[in-house]
Design a protein around this ligand. Sequence first.
Ligand code: NAD
Length: 401
Amino acid sequence: MASAAMSTLNLISSSPLNKQLRHGAGATVDADHVNGFSSARPAPPMCCSSSSRWQAVKMRPRLRPWRRAGSRVVAQAGSYKVAILGAAGGIGQPLSLLIKMSPLVSALHLYDIANVNGVTADLGHCNSPARVAGFAGKEELAGCLDGVDVVVIPAGVPRKPGMTRDDLFGINAGIVRELVEAVADHAPGALVHVITNPVNSTVPIAAEVLKRKGVYDPRKLFGVTTLDVVRANTFVAEKKGLPLADVDVPVVGGHAAATILPLLSKARPKTSFTDEEVEELTARIQNAGTEVVEAKAGSGSATLSMAYAAARFVEASLRGLDGDADVYECAYVQCQAVPELPFFACRVRLGKDGVEEVAAAELRGLTEFEARALEALKPQLRASIDKGVAYAQQLPAVATG
Ligand SMILES: NC(=O)c1ccc[n+]([C@@H]2O[C@H](COP(=O)([O-])OP(=O)(O)OC[C@H]3O[C@@H](n4cnc5c(N)ncnc54)[C@H](O)[C@@H]3O)[C@@H](O)[C@H]2O)c1
Protein backbone atom coordinates (compact mmCIF):
# COMPACT_ATOMS: atom_id res chain seq x y z
CA MET A 1 0.00 0.00 0.00
CA ALA A 2 1.34 3.43 -0.85
CA SER A 3 2.16 5.44 2.21
CA ALA A 4 -0.61 7.71 3.35
CA ALA A 5 1.67 10.71 3.13
CA MET A 6 2.10 10.13 -0.58
CA SER A 7 -1.45 9.25 -1.44
CA THR A 8 -2.90 11.12 -4.36
CA LEU A 9 -6.01 13.05 -3.67
CA ASN A 10 -8.83 12.24 -6.03
CA LEU A 11 -11.30 15.02 -5.72
CA ILE A 12 -14.10 13.93 -7.99
CA SER A 13 -16.90 16.39 -7.81
CA SER A 14 -18.82 18.63 -10.10
CA SER A 15 -19.03 21.29 -7.42
CA PRO A 16 -17.63 24.71 -8.33
CA LEU A 17 -15.02 24.17 -5.63
CA ASN A 18 -13.47 21.33 -7.50
CA LYS A 19 -13.97 22.51 -11.05
CA GLN A 20 -10.55 24.11 -10.90
CA LEU A 21 -8.85 20.82 -10.11
CA ARG A 22 -7.73 19.03 -13.19
CA HIS A 23 -5.74 15.88 -12.94
CA GLY A 24 -3.55 14.28 -15.51
CA ALA A 25 -1.27 16.08 -17.88
CA GLY A 26 -1.00 19.74 -17.11
CA ALA A 27 -2.81 19.37 -13.81
CA THR A 28 -3.58 22.64 -12.14
CA VAL A 29 -4.68 23.35 -8.66
CA ASP A 30 -6.22 26.39 -7.15
CA ALA A 31 -4.23 26.24 -3.95
CA ASP A 32 -6.62 28.50 -2.08
CA HIS A 33 -9.38 26.03 -2.70
CA VAL A 34 -7.66 22.86 -1.69
CA ASN A 35 -5.40 24.31 0.90
CA GLY A 36 -7.83 23.86 3.68
CA PHE A 37 -10.62 21.85 4.99
CA SER A 38 -13.20 22.96 2.54
CA SER A 39 -16.19 21.10 3.92
CA ALA A 40 -15.60 22.24 7.45
CA ARG A 41 -13.53 25.30 6.94
CA PRO A 42 -14.00 27.81 9.70
CA ALA A 43 -15.88 30.91 8.80
CA PRO A 44 -13.59 33.83 8.16
CA PRO A 45 -11.87 34.33 11.48
CA MET A 46 -12.27 37.56 13.26
CA CYS A 47 -9.55 39.79 14.49
CA CYS A 48 -10.01 42.17 17.33
CA SER A 49 -8.29 45.51 17.15
CA SER A 50 -7.54 47.48 20.26
CA SER A 51 -10.69 49.45 19.63
CA SER A 52 -12.65 46.18 19.91
CA ARG A 53 -13.95 46.34 16.38
CA TRP A 54 -14.19 42.96 14.78
CA GLN A 55 -13.06 42.57 11.24
CA ALA A 56 -13.13 39.54 9.03
CA VAL A 57 -9.69 38.59 7.81
CA LYS A 58 -8.76 36.00 5.25
CA MET A 59 -7.12 33.02 6.83
CA ARG A 60 -3.98 31.70 5.25
CA PRO A 61 -2.88 28.33 6.50
CA ARG A 62 0.84 28.10 7.02
CA LEU A 63 1.07 24.53 5.89
CA ARG A 64 1.11 23.74 2.22
CA PRO A 65 -0.31 20.26 2.38
CA TRP A 66 -0.40 19.72 -1.35
CA ARG A 67 2.52 19.40 -3.67
CA ARG A 68 2.96 18.51 -7.25
CA ALA A 69 4.62 15.26 -8.36
CA GLY A 70 4.88 15.47 -12.14
CA SER A 71 1.35 15.89 -13.35
CA ARG A 72 -0.24 14.75 -10.11
CA VAL A 73 -1.37 16.72 -7.11
CA VAL A 74 -0.06 14.93 -4.04
CA ALA A 75 -1.20 15.31 -0.49
CA GLN A 76 1.42 15.73 2.20
CA ALA A 77 0.83 14.89 5.82
CA GLY A 78 0.42 17.59 8.42
CA SER A 79 2.14 17.24 11.75
CA TYR A 80 -0.51 17.12 14.46
CA LYS A 81 -1.94 14.13 16.29
CA VAL A 82 -5.58 14.13 17.29
CA ALA A 83 -7.38 11.62 19.53
CA ILE A 84 -11.14 11.16 19.54
CA LEU A 85 -12.57 9.47 22.63
CA GLY A 86 -15.99 8.06 21.78
CA ALA A 87 -15.01 7.76 18.13
CA ALA A 88 -17.51 5.05 17.20
CA GLY A 89 -20.58 7.05 18.20
CA GLY A 90 -23.03 9.18 16.30
CA ILE A 91 -20.79 12.24 16.54
CA GLY A 92 -17.51 10.35 16.72
CA GLN A 93 -17.79 8.67 13.32
CA PRO A 94 -18.47 11.68 11.09
CA LEU A 95 -16.09 13.75 13.20
CA SER A 96 -13.37 11.17 12.61
CA LEU A 97 -14.02 11.32 8.88
CA LEU A 98 -13.81 15.11 8.80
CA ILE A 99 -10.61 15.16 10.83
CA LYS A 100 -9.15 12.44 8.62
CA MET A 101 -9.58 14.93 5.77
CA SER A 102 -7.69 17.70 7.55
CA PRO A 103 -4.35 18.48 5.94
CA LEU A 104 -3.02 19.57 9.32
CA VAL A 105 -3.35 16.11 10.87
CA SER A 106 -0.68 13.41 10.62
CA ALA A 107 -2.24 10.86 12.98
CA LEU A 108 -5.78 10.21 14.10
CA HIS A 109 -6.29 7.99 17.13
CA LEU A 110 -9.78 6.55 17.58
CA TYR A 111 -10.85 5.28 21.00
CA ASP A 112 -14.12 3.78 22.11
CA ILE A 113 -15.40 1.04 24.39
CA ALA A 114 -17.39 -0.47 21.50
CA ASN A 115 -17.16 -0.94 17.71
CA VAL A 116 -14.00 1.05 17.20
CA ASN A 117 -12.13 -1.59 15.21
CA GLY A 118 -14.67 -1.50 12.40
CA VAL A 119 -14.67 2.28 12.27
CA THR A 120 -10.87 2.28 12.18
CA ALA A 121 -10.68 -0.26 9.36
CA ASP A 122 -13.30 1.62 7.39
CA LEU A 123 -11.77 5.07 7.82
CA GLY A 124 -8.25 3.75 7.24
CA HIS A 125 -9.15 3.04 3.61
CA CYS A 126 -9.64 6.75 2.83
CA ASN A 127 -6.57 7.97 0.99
CA SER A 128 -6.07 11.23 2.82
CA PRO A 129 -2.71 11.62 4.56
CA ALA A 130 -3.55 11.22 8.26
CA ARG A 131 -2.73 7.76 9.62
CA VAL A 132 -5.60 6.17 11.52
CA ALA A 133 -5.15 3.88 14.53
CA GLY A 134 -7.87 2.30 16.64
CA PHE A 135 -7.79 1.72 20.40
CA ALA A 136 -10.46 -0.51 21.88
CA GLY A 137 -11.30 -0.59 25.55
CA LYS A 138 -9.76 0.90 28.66
CA GLU A 139 -6.52 -1.03 28.49
CA GLU A 140 -5.71 0.73 25.18
CA LEU A 141 -6.61 4.25 26.29
CA ALA A 142 -3.07 5.16 27.37
CA GLY A 143 -1.71 4.19 23.96
CA CYS A 144 -4.39 6.24 22.26
CA LEU A 145 -3.38 9.35 24.16
CA ASP A 146 0.36 8.98 23.77
CA GLY A 147 1.84 12.08 22.13
CA VAL A 148 -1.41 13.64 20.96
CA ASP A 149 -1.83 17.39 20.56
CA VAL A 150 -5.61 17.56 20.75
CA VAL A 151 -8.07 15.26 22.54
CA VAL A 152 -11.72 15.50 21.51
CA ILE A 153 -14.30 13.92 23.83
CA PRO A 154 -17.71 13.07 22.37
CA ALA A 155 -18.06 9.93 24.56
CA GLY A 156 -21.29 9.63 26.48
CA VAL A 157 -25.03 9.23 26.11
CA PRO A 158 -27.12 11.68 24.08
CA ARG A 159 -30.57 13.07 24.89
CA LYS A 160 -33.89 11.48 24.06
CA PRO A 161 -37.07 13.52 23.57
CA GLY A 162 -38.21 15.17 26.79
CA MET A 163 -34.73 15.16 28.36
CA THR A 164 -32.66 18.20 29.24
CA ARG A 165 -28.90 18.13 28.89
CA ASP A 166 -28.68 18.12 32.66
CA ASP A 167 -30.56 14.79 32.71
CA LEU A 168 -27.39 13.26 31.21
CA PHE A 169 -25.25 14.32 34.16
CA GLY A 170 -25.60 11.05 36.08
CA ILE A 171 -23.96 8.95 33.35
CA ASN A 172 -21.80 11.42 31.49
CA ALA A 173 -20.11 13.00 34.51
CA GLY A 174 -18.43 9.67 35.29
CA ILE A 175 -17.42 9.09 31.66
CA VAL A 176 -15.80 12.53 31.37
CA ARG A 177 -14.09 12.14 34.71
CA GLU A 178 -12.60 8.77 33.75
CA LEU A 179 -11.41 9.96 30.33
CA VAL A 180 -9.94 13.23 31.60
CA GLU A 181 -8.05 11.36 34.32
CA ALA A 182 -6.43 9.37 31.54
CA VAL A 183 -5.70 12.55 29.59
CA ALA A 184 -4.01 14.00 32.69
CA ASP A 185 -1.84 10.90 32.98
CA HIS A 186 -0.96 10.33 29.33
CA ALA A 187 -1.44 13.62 27.43
CA PRO A 188 -1.10 16.34 30.06
CA GLY A 189 -0.08 19.02 27.56
CA ALA A 190 -2.85 18.38 25.03
CA LEU A 191 -5.73 20.70 24.23
CA VAL A 192 -8.93 19.06 25.50
CA HIS A 193 -12.21 19.63 23.66
CA VAL A 194 -15.22 18.46 25.68
CA ILE A 195 -18.36 17.78 23.63
CA THR A 196 -20.10 15.50 26.14
CA ASN A 197 -23.20 17.07 27.70
CA PRO A 198 -24.05 18.73 29.95
CA VAL A 199 -21.09 20.84 28.79
CA ASN A 200 -21.91 23.51 31.39
CA SER A 201 -21.00 20.93 34.07
CA THR A 202 -18.66 18.49 32.34
CA VAL A 203 -16.06 21.18 31.65
CA PRO A 204 -15.85 22.20 35.33
CA ILE A 205 -15.57 18.47 36.16
CA ALA A 206 -12.70 18.14 33.69
CA ALA A 207 -11.01 21.20 35.22
CA GLU A 208 -11.26 19.75 38.74
CA VAL A 209 -9.89 16.40 37.60
CA LEU A 210 -6.94 18.07 35.90
CA LYS A 211 -6.33 20.23 38.98
CA ARG A 212 -6.31 17.19 41.24
CA LYS A 213 -3.78 15.60 38.92
CA GLY A 214 -1.66 18.76 39.07
CA VAL A 215 -1.74 19.40 35.32
CA TYR A 216 -4.54 21.93 34.85
CA ASP A 217 -3.86 24.68 32.34
CA PRO A 218 -7.08 26.66 31.82
CA ARG A 219 -5.87 27.80 28.41
CA LYS A 220 -6.08 24.21 27.17
CA LEU A 221 -9.54 23.13 28.28
CA PHE A 222 -12.58 23.90 26.11
CA GLY A 223 -16.26 23.14 26.10
CA VAL A 224 -17.21 22.88 22.45
CA THR A 225 -20.00 25.36 21.75
CA THR A 226 -19.20 25.80 18.06
CA LEU A 227 -22.50 24.19 17.11
CA ASP A 228 -24.37 27.11 18.66
CA VAL A 229 -22.40 29.47 16.42
CA VAL A 230 -22.90 27.27 13.37
CA ARG A 231 -26.65 27.19 14.01
CA ALA A 232 -26.83 30.94 14.66
CA ASN A 233 -24.96 31.65 11.43
CA THR A 234 -27.26 29.36 9.46
CA PHE A 235 -30.51 30.67 10.91
CA VAL A 236 -29.51 34.34 10.57
CA ALA A 237 -28.34 33.85 6.99
CA GLU A 238 -31.63 32.13 6.12
CA LYS A 239 -33.74 34.76 7.85
CA LYS A 240 -31.99 37.76 6.37
CA GLY A 241 -31.17 36.31 2.95
CA LEU A 242 -27.41 36.69 3.51
CA PRO A 243 -24.69 34.53 1.96
CA LEU A 244 -23.98 31.80 4.55
CA ALA A 245 -20.24 32.07 4.32
CA ASP A 246 -20.31 35.75 5.28
CA VAL A 247 -22.36 35.49 8.47
CA ASP A 248 -20.71 35.37 11.87
CA VAL A 249 -22.77 35.52 15.06
CA PRO A 250 -20.97 35.28 18.41
CA VAL A 251 -22.79 33.04 20.88
CA VAL A 252 -21.87 33.44 24.54
CA GLY A 253 -22.90 32.04 27.94
CA GLY A 254 -23.12 28.27 28.11
CA HIS A 255 -24.44 25.32 26.15
CA ALA A 256 -27.95 24.58 27.44
CA ALA A 257 -31.30 26.24 26.78
CA ALA A 258 -31.39 29.83 28.08
CA THR A 259 -27.67 29.82 28.89
CA ILE A 260 -27.06 29.91 25.11
CA LEU A 261 -27.03 33.61 24.24
CA PRO A 262 -26.53 34.65 20.62
CA LEU A 263 -25.38 38.25 20.37
CA LEU A 264 -27.32 39.25 17.29
CA SER A 265 -26.35 42.89 17.77
CA LYS A 266 -22.74 41.83 17.13
CA ALA A 267 -23.52 39.77 14.04
CA ARG A 268 -21.41 40.34 10.98
CA PRO A 269 -22.20 41.60 8.45
CA LYS A 270 -23.91 44.34 10.44
CA THR A 271 -27.60 43.45 10.22
CA SER A 272 -30.70 45.00 11.71
CA PHE A 273 -33.35 42.82 13.33
CA THR A 274 -36.84 43.68 14.54
CA ASP A 275 -37.64 42.87 18.16
CA GLU A 276 -39.74 39.94 16.96
CA GLU A 277 -36.89 38.62 14.85
CA VAL A 278 -34.50 38.84 17.80
CA GLU A 279 -36.88 36.91 20.03
CA GLU A 280 -37.65 34.31 17.39
CA LEU A 281 -34.03 33.76 16.35
CA THR A 282 -32.77 33.65 19.93
CA ALA A 283 -35.39 31.06 20.89
CA ARG A 284 -34.64 28.96 17.81
CA ILE A 285 -30.88 28.99 18.44
CA GLN A 286 -31.42 28.09 22.11
CA ASN A 287 -33.77 25.23 21.24
CA ALA A 288 -32.07 23.99 18.08
CA GLY A 289 -30.64 20.94 19.85
CA THR A 290 -34.11 19.98 21.04
CA GLU A 291 -35.42 20.51 17.49
CA VAL A 292 -33.03 17.77 16.34
CA VAL A 293 -33.70 15.49 19.34
CA GLU A 294 -37.44 15.62 18.60
CA ALA A 295 -36.99 15.11 14.87
CA LYS A 296 -34.84 12.06 15.57
CA ALA A 297 -37.62 10.79 17.83
CA GLY A 298 -35.56 8.78 20.27
CA SER A 299 -32.56 7.83 18.12
CA GLY A 300 -30.27 10.51 19.51
CA SER A 301 -29.32 14.16 19.23
CA ALA A 302 -27.37 16.24 16.73
CA THR A 303 -24.54 14.22 15.27
CA LEU A 304 -23.75 15.45 11.74
CA SER A 305 -23.98 19.16 12.48
CA MET A 306 -22.12 18.54 15.74
CA ALA A 307 -19.35 16.68 13.93
CA TYR A 308 -19.13 19.53 11.42
CA ALA A 309 -18.92 22.08 14.22
CA ALA A 310 -16.39 20.07 16.24
CA ALA A 311 -14.22 19.58 13.16
CA ARG A 312 -14.27 23.33 12.61
CA PHE A 313 -13.14 23.85 16.19
CA VAL A 314 -10.37 21.24 15.91
CA GLU A 315 -9.17 22.86 12.71
CA ALA A 316 -9.15 26.29 14.36
CA SER A 317 -7.21 24.92 17.34
CA LEU A 318 -4.65 23.28 15.08
CA ARG A 319 -4.23 26.51 13.13
CA GLY A 320 -3.61 28.25 16.43
CA LEU A 321 -1.05 25.63 17.46
CA ASP A 322 0.55 26.00 14.06
CA GLY A 323 1.10 29.72 14.60
CA ASP A 324 -1.66 31.22 12.49
CA ALA A 325 -2.51 34.65 13.77
CA ASP A 326 -6.06 35.85 14.35
CA VAL A 327 -7.80 32.53 14.84
CA TYR A 328 -10.95 33.25 16.82
CA GLU A 329 -13.74 30.92 17.87
CA CYS A 330 -16.38 30.93 20.60
CA ALA A 331 -15.83 28.31 23.29
CA TYR A 332 -16.79 27.61 26.90
CA VAL A 333 -13.64 28.26 28.91
CA GLN A 334 -12.47 29.30 32.32
CA CYS A 335 -12.29 33.07 32.20
CA GLN A 336 -13.30 36.27 33.95
CA ALA A 337 -15.48 37.68 31.21
CA VAL A 338 -18.37 37.60 33.70
CA PRO A 339 -16.81 37.75 37.17
CA GLU A 340 -19.52 35.72 38.94
CA LEU A 341 -19.18 32.86 36.42
CA PRO A 342 -15.86 31.00 36.48
CA PHE A 343 -16.69 29.35 33.14
CA PHE A 344 -18.28 31.22 30.30
CA ALA A 345 -18.55 30.79 26.54
CA CYS A 346 -17.23 33.70 24.55
CA ARG A 347 -14.97 34.40 21.67
CA VAL A 348 -11.35 33.48 22.30
CA ARG A 349 -8.18 33.84 20.29
CA LEU A 350 -6.45 30.52 19.77
CA GLY A 351 -2.69 30.21 19.64
CA LYS A 352 0.27 27.98 20.42
CA ASP A 353 -0.85 27.37 24.01
CA GLY A 354 -4.59 27.27 23.48
CA VAL A 355 -6.52 30.34 24.61
CA GLU A 356 -4.34 33.41 24.15
CA GLU A 357 -6.99 36.07 24.64
CA VAL A 358 -10.58 36.17 25.81
CA ALA A 359 -12.62 38.73 23.92
CA ALA A 360 -14.52 39.93 26.97
CA ALA A 361 -14.93 43.35 25.33
CA GLU A 362 -17.57 41.78 23.13
CA LEU A 363 -19.88 41.74 26.15
CA ARG A 364 -19.88 45.52 26.23
CA GLY A 365 -22.54 47.53 24.43
CA LEU A 366 -25.20 44.82 24.51
CA THR A 367 -28.79 45.63 23.61
CA GLU A 368 -31.32 45.75 26.43
CA PHE A 369 -32.64 42.34 25.33
CA GLU A 370 -29.16 40.79 25.41
CA ALA A 371 -28.24 42.42 28.73
CA ARG A 372 -31.43 41.08 30.32
CA ALA A 373 -30.84 37.61 28.88
CA LEU A 374 -27.27 37.66 30.20
CA GLU A 375 -28.49 38.52 33.70
CA ALA A 376 -31.17 35.84 33.48
CA LEU A 377 -28.78 33.06 32.48
CA LYS A 378 -26.34 33.64 35.33
CA PRO A 379 -28.10 31.63 38.08
CA GLN A 380 -28.68 28.62 35.80
CA LEU A 381 -25.13 28.59 34.50
CA ARG A 382 -23.69 29.13 37.98
CA ALA A 383 -25.73 26.19 39.31
CA SER A 384 -24.45 23.92 36.53
CA ILE A 385 -20.86 24.96 37.19
CA ASP A 386 -21.25 24.41 40.93
CA LYS A 387 -22.83 21.01 40.31
CA GLY A 388 -19.84 19.90 38.24
CA VAL A 389 -17.33 21.21 40.77
CA ALA A 390 -19.18 19.62 43.70
CA TYR A 391 -19.31 16.27 41.87
CA ALA A 392 -15.57 16.31 41.20
CA GLN A 393 -14.65 17.46 44.69
CA GLN A 394 -16.41 14.57 46.40
CA LEU A 395 -14.51 12.00 44.35
CA PRO A 396 -11.95 9.89 46.17
CA ALA A 397 -8.36 11.07 45.84
CA VAL A 398 -6.71 10.10 42.58
CA ALA A 399 -3.18 9.01 41.94
CA THR A 400 -1.11 11.64 40.17
CA GLY A 401 1.08 11.20 37.12
N1 NAD B 1 -21.48 20.07 22.73
C1 NAD B 1 -22.49 19.97 21.89
O1 NAD B 1 -22.86 20.95 21.23
C2 NAD B 1 -23.19 18.64 21.68
C3 NAD B 1 -24.06 18.48 20.60
C4 NAD B 1 -24.66 17.24 20.42
C5 NAD B 1 -24.39 16.19 21.29
N2 NAD B 1 -23.55 16.39 22.33
C6 NAD B 1 -23.25 15.31 23.30
O2 NAD B 1 -22.25 14.45 22.75
C7 NAD B 1 -22.34 13.17 23.41
C8 NAD B 1 -22.25 12.04 22.39
O3 NAD B 1 -23.36 12.07 21.54
P1 NAD B 1 -23.54 10.95 20.39
O4 NAD B 1 -24.75 11.31 19.65
O5 NAD B 1 -22.26 10.75 19.65
O6 NAD B 1 -23.79 9.66 21.30
P2 NAD B 1 -23.64 8.11 20.86
O7 NAD B 1 -24.32 7.31 21.90
O8 NAD B 1 -24.02 7.93 19.44
O9 NAD B 1 -22.07 7.87 20.94
C9 NAD B 1 -21.38 7.91 22.14
C10 NAD B 1 -20.16 7.02 22.01
O10 NAD B 1 -19.46 7.12 23.25
C11 NAD B 1 -18.99 5.82 23.56
N3 NAD B 1 -18.70 5.73 24.98
C12 NAD B 1 -19.55 5.61 26.01
N4 NAD B 1 -18.86 5.53 27.16
C13 NAD B 1 -17.54 5.62 26.83
C14 NAD B 1 -16.34 5.60 27.58
N5 NAD B 1 -16.34 5.48 28.91
N6 NAD B 1 -15.19 5.72 26.89
C15 NAD B 1 -15.19 5.86 25.56
N7 NAD B 1 -16.28 5.88 24.80
C16 NAD B 1 -17.45 5.76 25.44
C17 NAD B 1 -20.08 4.88 23.11
O11 NAD B 1 -19.59 3.56 22.93
C18 NAD B 1 -20.51 5.54 21.80
O12 NAD B 1 -19.77 5.04 20.71
C19 NAD B 1 -23.63 13.21 24.22
O13 NAD B 1 -23.33 13.48 25.56
C20 NAD B 1 -24.38 14.39 23.61
O14 NAD B 1 -25.29 14.96 24.52
C21 NAD B 1 -22.93 17.59 22.53
